[in-house]
Design a protein around this ligand. Structure first.
Ligand code: SF4
Length: 352
C-alpha cells in the first residue's frame, strides 16, 4: 500500500485522513502487516503529519502515581497479579500529598492515579475518593483515575470530586484472547464502565497489548473495538514477560508492532490523545513513540522516586530518567515542547 507511494502520495494520504478518510479493514490488514523499514518510515511520516496538523510540536505530560500495587485479580500478563509473591505497597494520604508537593510547579498537565483492584479501596471507595480530593486540592490539575472496574455510582462520586479521566484498558477486543489475558474478568463490564463514564462527562482511555497472542485479525478486532466507543485517548503497549506470571517464559517481541499500531491509531483517531509511555523503554523509547505519532508522555514520576510502573523496565536500575525535567529537556532536543495547561484543559473539558 505505502510501498510505491511517492512523497506527494504520502502527503495526499495524510490530507485524505484530515478530510475524513476512514481506513477499511483491508487497509488495516495491509498496514498491520507492514514489515519493511522503509514502509514503516512512510507510515510514521503520515502519522506525524496528521498529529502535527492538530497539535503542532506540543506534547501533553502526565505524571503517574501508582498508589497501590495490591490487586485481587489474576491477569496473566501482570506482575501485580494476586498470586505473585512480590513486595507490594499501598500509599497513604500523607505519602500521596508528598508526591504532589514534589510535582508542584513541574511541567505536568494531568496526574494519573493508578492502582490494582485493591480491596482496601474497592470495598471502601470513600478512601479512594479522599485520595482524589487530596490530589485535587494540592495540585488543582485534571486527574486521571486508573482503578480497574468500579461501579457506576462510585465513578459518579469520583467524577463529582475531581476525577476527569478514566483509564480502563481492555488489552484486547478479541473475546477469546481476552479470556486468556484478563483471566476471570468480565469483558462487558469493562466496556460498559468506559461507556458509562463517558456518558457522565469523563474523558476515557482504552488500550491494547501487542506481542502476546495477537495476530493481524485480532489486532483489527481490537482497533475496531476501540473505535466503537470513541475514546478520547487510545494506547498500545508491548507485552513484556513478567517474573512470576504464567507468561514469564514468553519471548518478548521487539517494539516494532507497538510503533506500527500506534501510527495506525493516529490515522484512525487523528485528533485524539495517544501516549508514549516511559514505562517500557524509558526516554529513548519515548522519542521513538513520539516519532511514530504520539502526542502525550505518560509514566512521568518525580526524580528520586521509588514508585512502581506497570511494566517498570527500570525496576532494577539506579538511574531512572523519568522525571519531568529530563522529559522536557529531551522534548526540546526533538523540537517539541510541553503544551499549555489551557490547551489540555480544553480537551478535558475543564474551565481554566
Ligand atoms: S492488570 Fe491490573 S487488574 Fe490485572 S492483575 Fe494487574 S493490577 Fe490487577
Amino acid at each position: 500500500m505505502l510501498n510505491d507511494m511517492t512523497q506527494n502520495d504520502l502527503d495526499n494520504f495524510a490530507e485524505g485522513i484530515l478530510n475524513g478518510l476512514k481506513l477499511s479493514d483491508d487497509d488495516l490488514r495491509e498496514l498491520v502487516s507492514i514489515n519493511e523499514k522503509e514502509e514503516l518510515e512512510k507510515l510514521f511520516y503520515i502519522s506525524r503529519k496528521v498529529r502535527d496538523y492538530f497539535f503542532g510540536n506540543k506534547v501533553f505530560l502526565y505524571s503517574f502515581v501508582y498508589f497501590s500495587t495490591y490487586c485481587k485479580n489474576r491477569c496473566a500478563f501482570c506482575y501485580y497479579r494476586e498470586s505473585n509473591d512480590i513486595e507490594r505497597y499501598r500509599l497513604d494520604i500523607r505519602e500521596v500529598r508528598n508526591i504532589c508537593r514534589a510535582l508542584k510547579g513541574e511541567d505536568i498537565h494531568m496526574v494519573d492515579l493508578t492502582m490494582g483492584e485493591d480491596p482496601y479501596f474497592h470495598d471502601n471507595p470513600e478512601r479512594f475518593i479522599d485520595l482524589v480530593k487530596t490530589v485535587k486540592s494540592e495540585l488543582d490539575l485534571p486527574i486521571m483515575i486508573s482503578p480497574g472496574v468500579m461501579d457506576n455510582e462510585v465513578l459518579r462520586e469520583l467524577n463529582d470530586n475531581g476525577a476527569n479521566f478514566l483509564a480502563l484498558y481492555q488489552e484486547t477486543h478479541d473475546r477469546n484472547l481476552y479470556k486468556k489475558l484478563r483471566v476471570g474478568q468480565s469483558f462487558d463490564d469493562r466496556v460498559n464502565a468506559r461507556k458509562f463514564a463517558k456518558s457522565i462527562g469523563y474523558r476515557v482511555e482504552d488500550g491494547i497489548l501487542t506481542g502476546i497472542g495477537d495476530d493481524v485479525e485480532s489486532t483489527i478486532l481490537s482497533l475496531r473495538g476501540m473505535e466503537e466507543a470513541s475514546p478520547d485517548m487510545v494506547r498500545v503497549m508491548t507485552f513484556v514477560p513478567q517474573e512470576g506470571t504464567p507468561l514469564e517464559g514468553t519471548i518478548q517481541r521487539s517494539n516494532i508492532s507497538e510503533l506500527k499500531i500506534l501510527a495506525i491509531l493516529r490515522l484512525m483517531f487523528p485528533d485524539r490523545l495517544i501516549p508514549a509511555s516511559l514505562d517500557l523503554e524509558g526516554i529513548d523509547g519515548m522519542v521513538q513513540r513520539l516519532n511514530a505519532g504520539a502526542n502525550v508522555v505518560t509514566s512521568i514520576i518525580p526524580s528520586n522516586s521509588s514508585l512502581e510502573g506497570v511494566v517498570n523496565y527500570d525496576r532494577d536500575l539506579k538511574e531512572r530518567d523519568r522525571d519531568p525535567k529530563s522529559v522536557v529537556k529531551r522534548l526540546r532536543e526533538m523540537g517539541m515542547e510541553p503544551a499549555s495547561q489551557s490547551d489540555f484543559n480544553r480537551i478535558v473539558g475543564v474551565v481554566s
